[in-house]
Design a binder for this molecule. Sequence first.
Ligand SMILES: Cc1cc2nc3c(=O)[nH]c(=O)nc-3n(C[C@H](O)[C@H](O)[C@H](O)COP(=O)(O)OP(=O)(O)OC[C@H]3O[C@@H](n4cnc5c(N)ncnc54)[C@H](O)[C@@H]3O)c2cc1C
Length: 141
Amino acid sequence: MGESNIIVVGAGIVGCATAAHLAKEGQDVLILEAGDFPNPTATSYGSGRIFRFAYHEGEKYFPLLERSRERWLTLDESTSENVFVTTGSLTVSQSDGDTFTGALETCRVHDIDHEVLDAETVNDRFPAYELPDEVSSGLST
Ligand SMILES: Cc1cc2nc3c(=O)[nH]c(=O)nc-3n(C[C@H](O)[C@H](O)[C@H](O)COP(=O)(O)OP(=O)(O)OC[C@H]3O[C@@H](n4cnc5c(N)ncnc54)[C@H](O)[C@@H]3O)c2cc1C
């Protein structure tokens, strides 16, 4: 093995993405992983994760999410595996709760297609739910 000029500690999704990008830039990268690879106790282990544009934590994250989407699409195109699937998302909380109001604010500020649904409509359209009346939902696409 040749000498590596960069060492990445941890081969979870962040370490692997970092190492992959550094390698593409021509760096010699060594990844150190304390567990198995892939490591079933890593938090990124498993078959699926979601990220959403209707981000309730704050609309300021939107540019980061756009960048993330670009990177996932690039990864998806560069492999025979289908690693990125676009879906809508349903954000559910009390009508005045931060989760609902924050997601709605992000949709409005960034012009994201969305619908505001009352509990009855959600229950009709998505039969897995039995939401009480005081809950509102934002469906973003
Ligand atoms: C059940 C669950 C569901 C989640 N769902 C989502 C979701 O839907 N959307 C979302 O955005 N986020 C989600 N998250 C959070 C997200 O998974 C984590 O933020 C993300 O996986 C962190 O990735 P990571 O590469 O930093 O860490 P990890 O995937 O945990 O990888 C860290 C790696 O570093 C290794 N390591 C640690 N210390 C050392 C050391 N000293 N030497 C060598 N190796 C070391 C560990 O063994 C591990 O393999 C979820 C988390 C969990 C647990």
